[in-house]
Each structure stands twice: as structure tokens, then as C-alpha cells.
Design a protein. Structure first.
Length: 124
């Protein structure tokens, strides 16, 4: 493989993003890393990432989604589409190039090459 995927984050879909953000920060102690009106990426003290969103899901359901970061989404798609069932074809989104594959248990995994100018802003 051109570059091995790195765990990016788990994404949970919520109906009230501000309430979910307050819970993550005030109760779980997570720090906001990136923010957009429909997306918040958070980080724990060990550097693990978790995200919440209130927009449409890539899977079509509002189940949690696992994201893996790759340096070259087109190359990863070419390699992985020969080894796993593609659940979401490679597509360009405002936040980057992304596609989905399904593991043997039926769980979708999304692989993403993050766009350099993502719509979410870095929080300092």
C-alpha cells in the first residue's frame, strides 16, 4: 500500500450540535480542535479524536462512522477496492476526498484524504 491508513476519528451524528459539544467539553473533558456550524472535532488528553456532526451522513444512516486518514485517497481506493466491498464510491467533498468500504462484519469504514482548506476552522 502506498501509505497505511491512520486512525482519524469516530464521528457521531447528533440533532443538537451545541448541546453535544457542551457535553463533550464539560462532562467528558475533551478539547475542541476544529469547528464548523455542523461539525466539531474534539480531542482527548492522549490525542484521540472524536467528532460530532449534524448534517447528512455519508452512509445514509446516522450510525457512528469510523474515519481513517490516508495521504492519497485515489491510490488507497485503487488498492482497497480490490480487497474489500466499496460501500461509498470515491468522491470529492468540501472536507476532502473520501470513500467507504465494508469489513467482514458489515461495518463501514471511511477513508479520507483531508483537504488542505477544510470548511471547519482550527480552534486554538
Amino acid at each position: 500500500m502506498t501509505s497505511a491508513p491512520r486512525f482519524g476519528f469516530t464521528l457521531e451524528y447528533v440533532s443538537d450540535i451545541q448541546a453535544a459539544k457542551r457535553f463533550c467539553v464539560e462532562v467528558l473533558g475533551l478539547q475542541v480542535e476544529r469547528e464548523h456550524p455542523v461539525f466539531v472535532q474534539l480531542e482527548d488528553q492522549a490525542g484521540a479524536r472524536f467528532a460530532i456532526a449534524s448534517d447528512e451522513s455519508l452512509s445514509g444512516s446516522r450510525d457512528r462512522e469510523l474515519y481513517w486518514v490516508v495521504d492519497d485517497a485515489e491510490g488507497a481506493f485503487g488498492e482497497m477496492s480490490r480487497k474489500a466491498r466499496v460501500s461509498v464510491p470515491l468522491k470529492q467533498m468540501p472536507f476532502g476526498k473520501v470513500f467507504g468500504i465494508t469489513d467482514p462484519a458489515g461495518q463501514q469504514h471511511f477513508l479520507i484524504e483531508l483537504a488542505p482548506d477544510r470548511p471547519s476552522r482550527q480552534v486554538s
